[in-house]
Structure formats: structure tokens, C-alpha cells
Design a binder for this molecule. Structure first.
Ligand code: G3P
Length: 251
């Protein structure tokens, strides 16, 4: 079964009301490949602004960059799944390496958040990936499989319908050092193989696996040709006009 190409824009902790509005207005005006699912993730403070600015007819969706797994209560600084839905936000990124490494999120916490989001009806761009040290030690696939295993312990096969995997090697994030097409395809293939073994053919064949890490308007076309690369999670370039070229890279 054909997997719909998916491009996410992770704005991280960037932007102002003015710049985010202008990025979205440019997307509203652009001619976007209708066969691509596009989801943009502004900082939490601007989610509502983004939701209100996105032209509904464009089909572009808005994602949070994080969500908490508890339903409500005394969790200062956090946002719940129900609050996202109440604000018409139906996606979230989870497990980004910046949250894992800088904010100490464990595999288990990321898995709990993912389960809570999916159960509450919010789809997840779930991130994984190895550090340079782990790659150089030959542990890339083992690290990604460890991250996946923590997730798998909490999910049923049906939950995968609401999950997109983003493979983001940490050494390629924001460094301008993109993984080669072969390096990316190799890990994507390993992830799909793992999904097949753990959850069967339907989950393996239907789950989108995105690549993230220094994707830009120039390198996206070659990466998009690989059979197990089903789209991108874009950081820096999602704030620039070339984001449209990345969205249209599968044409
Ligand atoms: O989530 C996207 C990401 O971490 C990649 O960032 O700036 O290398 O495209 P960037």
C-alpha cells in the first residue's frame, strides 16, 4: 500500500508572532503538492495563532512540540492532550533528541507520552536517533531499536495508525551535515524490518518513516527517492521559503 508522503516543520524555539504569521501566510499562498501531508510545529505559545492563520483549505495541520501524559492537574509548565484537542491541535512531536538530551526525557517517559497522546486522539511524530559516538561505535540500529522497544512495550498494533516515525541522527541536526542517502535508507530499512517483526506486515507497510537532520531544498530530492524514506522532519529550513521545495520534493 502506498504511504502518503509527509513533511513536518519543527520550528523549535524560534519565531515571533509576526514571523510565524508570515511563514504560514506564505504556505497558504504556495502551490503545495496535494499528495503530501504537511504538519507545522510552532512553539506552544503560538499554536493558537498558527491554527488561526493556516488556511484550512490548504490541508496543513498544526502540531505541538511536546505534550504531557497526565490528563490534568498540578503539572506546572505542561500542556495536556485534551488541551491540545480543545485548541483544535491534532498532532504533536514527541521524543525529539533535544528533549531527550537537554531536558532528560527517558525512553519510558517518551513512550508514556506517546501512548497518552494516541489514546487521547492526538497523532504523534515520534523521534529517534543516535549520537555521533553511538554511530561511530557501530550501535546506530541498536540505539534506535532500544528507543522503539520502550515504545512498543506500551502500544498495540492499532496505535501505529496515529504514529509517524522520524529518524533523526543527532549528529545531523542543525549541523549542515546531512546523512548520506545510503546511511538514512539503511536505518529506515532497519526500522521497517523491526516493525514487521514486532507488529506484522500492515504496521510495517503503512507506518511512515521520516528522515530529519539538515534537510534542505537541495538535498531533499535525492533522499525522497529512497524506498523507505516517506518524508521529512525539517528544522531550520522549515522557517525559510525553501520549505515549499521540500514539501514538493516527491513530485
Ligand atoms: O526536528 C527537526 C530537526 O531536529 C532537524 O533540524 O535544523 O537539522 O533541519 P535541522
Amino acid at each position: 500500500m502506498a504511504r502518503k508522503f509527509f513533511v513536518g516543520g519543527n520550528f523549535k524555539m524560534n519565531g515571533t508572532k509576526e514571523s510565524i504569521k508570515s511563514i504560514i501566510e506564505n504556505l497558504n499562498k504556495a502551490s503545495l503538492d496535494p499528495n503530501v501531508e504537511v504538519v507545522i510545529a510552532p512553539p506552544a505559545l503560538y499554536l493558537q495563532l498558527a491554527r488561526d492563520t493556516v488556511d484550512k483549505a490548504s490541508g496543513v495541520e498544526v502540531a505541538a512540540q511536546n505534550v504531557y501524559h497526565k490528563p490534568n492537574g498540578a503539572y506546572t509548565g505542561e500542556i495536556s492532550v485534551a488541551q491540545l484537542k480543545d485548541s483544535d491541535i491534532h498532532w504533536t512531536i514527541l521524543g525529539h533528541s533535544e528533549r531527550r538530551t537537554l531536558l532528560g526525557e527517558t525512553d519510558e517517559l517518551v513512550a508514556s507520552k506517546t501512548k497518552a497522546a494516541v489514546e487521547g486522539g492526538v497523532s504523534v511524530i515520534w523521534c529517534c536517533g543516535e549520537s555521533l559516538e553511538e554511530r561511530e561505535a557501530g550501535n546506530t540500529v541498536a540505539v534506535v531499536e532500544r528507543q522503539l522497544a520502550a515504545l512498543a512495550a506500551k502500544l498495540s498494533a492499532a496505535d501505529w495508525k496515529k504514529i509517524v516515525i522520524a529518524y533523526e541522527p543527532i549528529w545531523a541536526i542543525g549541523t549542515g551535515k546531512v546523512a548520506t542517502v545510503q546511511q538514512a535508507q539503511e536505518v529506515h530499512e532497519a526500522i521497517r524490518k523491526w516493525l514487521r517483526t514486532q507488529f506484522g506486515d500492515a504496521v510495517a507497510d503503512e507506518t511512515r518513516i521520516l528522515y530529519g537532520g539538515s534537510v534542505n531544498g537541495k538535498n531533499c530530492k535525492d533522499l525522497a527517492k529512497e524506498k523507505d524514506i516517506d518524508g521529512f522532519l525539517v528544522g531550520g529550513a522549515s522557517l525559510k521559503p525553501e520549505f515549499v521545495d521540500i514539501i514538493n520534493s516527491n513530485q
